[in-house]
Design a protein around this ligand. Structure first.
Ligand SMILES: [Zn+2]
Length: 320
């Protein structure tokens, strides 16, 4: 078996690359500013050049690579390696990324998948999910993403679109979501919405340390600031994370009843809110999920941070 694969994490701001060994260890990171490339061709040329540079630096050749795995922020037809479109990266519509790169990378196998799927695979193989056969991973940030592992393998669904926990309904008659539907989880716990909600409460006169933390400028409020305030025992901030945790817990109770997973892994910037958020999630799941399933599941924080996607992209080429 070949010892190395290249993982690529194509993001809206940065495209990260790394050499990953068969134990999921990430070596030789590189970072390209995605938006600095005017066209997707220019970005792909830079990716190909960077892969060459990583190999050269490690005195490896294309023959030493099991393959190149690429995670992208959008929907992908996995078998064809076709990217339908990317959130926050303009100019990507129906791109046959696998085919284009395999041609340019001297026929090295290339696999393309959704970024949250690859983060899920990375955590499952090398991170917080090690040893669990069935798990669900969710990421909390601007959006809410999810990935599912069943019997050790990614479950992608019929059209590679499975795992969208963020667009599971939370409220029957809820607010309009970006996806076109109403009342989705993401519409209630996405970064922007949490921040808007707490700003409304601050404007209505609730006392809070958040005001000092942003020196009165409410446009500077972020989930990190809310976490900071919560760690200083600020009542409004703690209440915010409890409310968010309850909403996530309600949706996860449904996920747990549906899939009976061994682990739920929670990552993304918001997971740094820590115990106040996790406790609210666990308490809600305890109240709501079916006894046998909730007894079997552990709700834990993701371990690999930004490396999860890179390790997962490489893991596409590594036998279990
Ligand atoms: Zn939605």
């Amino acid at each position: 078996m070949k010892k190395y694969a290249i993982g690529v994490d194509l993001g809206g701001t940065y495209t990260k690359l790394a050499l990953v060994d068969k134990n999921g260890r990430v070596h030789c990171r590189a970072k390209l500013p995605t938006t600095a490339y005017k066209t997707k061709e220019a970005l792909l040329t830079a990716i190909v050049a960077e892969i060459g540079a990583i190999l050269k630096e490690n005195r490896l050749s294309f023959r030493d690579l099991a393959g190149v795995g690429i995670g992208v922020p959008g929907l992908v037809a996995f078998e064809e390696g076709l990217v339908y479109s990317l959130t926050n990266v303009p100019g990507w519509k129906n791109v046959r990324l696998k085919k284009i790169l395999e041609t340019r990378l001297r026929k090295i196998p290339v696999l393309v998948d959704n970024d949250v799927n690859l983060m899920t695979l990375g955590e499952s193989r090398f991170g917080a999910g090690r040893g669990a056969k069935n798990l669900v991973c969710i990421t909390l940030g601007t959006g809410v993403g999810g990935g599912i592992i069943i019997d050790g393998n990614l479950y992608r669904g019929t059209s590679s679109a499975a795992g969208e926990v963020g667009h599971m309904p939370l409220k029957e008659e809820g607010l309009r979501c970006n996806c076109g539907s109403f009342g989705c989880l993401e519409r209630y716990v996405g970064n922007r919405y949490i921040v808007d909600e707490i700003k409304d409460k601050i404007r209505s006169g609730r006392p809070t340390k958040i005001r000092e933390l942003v020196r009165g400028n409410l446009s500077l409020v972020t989930p990190e600031i809310i976490s900071k305030a919560a760690k200083k025992k600020d009542a409004l901030a703690i209440e915010c994370w409890r409310r968010v945790g309850k909403r996530i817990g309600v949706t996860l109770s449904g996920v747990i009843n549906l899939l009976n997973p061994e682990k739920i892994i929670i990552g993304g910037g918001m997971a740094d809110a820590g115990e106040v958020l996790f406790k609210a999630i666990r308490d809600t799941v305890n109240e709501r999920a079916l006894p046998v399933s909730k007894g079997a599941v552990k709700i834990v924080k993701a371990k690999l941070g930004n490396d999860a996607g890179l390790a997962g992209a490489a893991a596409l080429f590594m036998p279990k």
